[in-house]
Write a protein that binds this ligand. Structure first.
Ligand code: PMP
Length: 393
């Protein structure tokens, strides 16, 4: 018969419990489905319903494109979590943070001198910084590669993306380029208690956040920027006006509802759920790979978290795998042969001995990934044992 639920592509049967033999594990996409069980538990309180006549117009009552109630809620959320300073700052909404990344580049490049602003990021970096800046390249800005290649240059006029924690490797990052010649865009998509300890509130000129990684509602396409400088804020507003004329009112309504649920009990519920899920996954993965000399993962250290008031174990959104052996120098191909699809290192501006594996997907995907990695490490031990017992080996 027809399955009663939508099965993950690796499972079949009426209750999706039968494993499809030889199925390929998708650890490529950063789809944050690990939070779905939390929203199932809170299905009723997080639901919205909209009558046909509601919010048909372009603007809110005050003539703006931004729900003031939602803006207030976002400020309250940051104050509760303690991850960003919003007092005295402006806020702009975007269709996901994706739209805001270019709005920010546009706004910061407007001051540029005669030559285009150089947009840079430090490798390994989130690939959209390059592909998007290339797409929109103009007389005002141009993607100019890795931050590190400009460290000792006397060039002027940089726009540096700083991603903290970083996608793909989960490290808390700082700006490399200092001084008047460089402006930073802080992409704080993962600066939430489920992915990192929060050492202190970020207090930067331009910070970007996204609902996608906060609550997992990537499909709603909602992000926001927190901006110190009024002129930069106005240029970003102008960008949004001309690009899409603001963010869908349905999305703003849904976001408001979701954030209200997040804020119940001062955010403890969702963030504990998220943290526990991610901690479990990182522990499993670290344990499996600790037995391997063929594959390693990034080193992350426990840190004091001001939100939870305790020292927290690492809980990155991605495993950043390195293939250590010469014969595995195309690490993506090695893992693909073992039916694990990750994202190759070159996509993030580094060599092909690295692969990113997503840890934020659904439980089925994670369990299968775990199983496939166990098999790989088991094989490695078998090969080593056989070599030991081979005469002359
Ligand atoms: N920045 C980083 C570092 C990301 O990982 C992502 C999503 N993978 C985004 C921005 C974009 O997310 P969205 O457009 O869904 O907000």
């Amino acid at each position: 018969g027809k399955p009663i639920c939508e099965c993950n592509s690796c499972y079949t049967g009426l209750d999706c419990s039968q494993l499809v033999p030889d199925c390929v594990v998708d650890a490529d996409s950063g789809n944050p489905i690990f939070l779905e069980p939390f929203w199932r538990q809170n299905a009723a309180t997080s639901a919205i319903m909209m009558a046909g006549w509601h919010r048909m117009g372009y603007e809110f009552e005050d003539g703006s494109l931004i729900s003031k109630e939602l803006e207030k809620k976002i400020r309250k959320l940051h104050a509760t979590v303690g991850n960003a300073v919003t007092e005295g700052r402006y806020i702009v909404f975007g269709a996901g943070s994706t739209q805001l990344l270019n709005a920010a580049v546009h706004a910061l490049a407007a001051d540029a001198s005669s030559s285009p602003a150089k947009v840079v990021a430090s490798a390994p970096y989130y690939p959209v910084y390059k592909s998007q800046t290339d797409l929109f390249e103009s007389a005002k800005f141009k993607f100019e590669g890795h931050t590190s290649s400009w460290m000792n240059s006397s060039s002027m006029n940089f726009i540096e993306f700083v991603t903290s924690p970083n996608n793909p490797d989960g490290q808390l990052k700082k700006a490399f380029l200092q001084g008047l010649n460089a402006k930073q865009i802080y992409d704080l998509a993962y600066y939430w208690p489920h992915y990192t300890a929060i050492p202190s509130p970020m207090d930067k000129d331009l910070m970007i956040f996204t609902l996608s990684k906060l609550t997992g509602h990537a499909g709603s396409r909602f992000g926001w920027a927190i901006i110190k400088n009024k002129a930069v804020y106005e240029r970003m507003v102008n960008y949004m006006d001309l690009n899409t004329y603001g963010v869908s009112r349905e999305t703003q309504l849904r976001t408001l509802k979701l954030l209200s649920v997040v804020l119940e009990g001062n955010g403890k519920q969702m963030f504990s759920f998220g943290y526990e899920a991610m901690r479990f996954r990182w522990e499993k993965l670290s344990k499996i790979l600790s037995a391997s000399k063929r594959f390693s993962i990034q080193q992350l250290t426990p840190q004091q978290c001001t939100f939870s008031n305790e020292v927290r174990a690492p809980t990155p959104a991605f495993a950043w795998i390195k293939c250590e052996k010469e014969e595995d120098k195309d690490c993506h191909a090695t893992l693909s042969a073992a039916k694990i699809i990750g994202r190759a290192g070159h996509v993030f501006g580094v060599d092909s001995t690295y692969v990113r594996l997503s840890l934020v997907n659904g439980k089925d995907d994670f369990e299968l990934l775990q199983h496939r990695l166990e098999m790989l490490v088991f094989q490695e031990r078998l090969v080593n044992l056989m070599a030991e017992f081979t005469p002359g080996g």
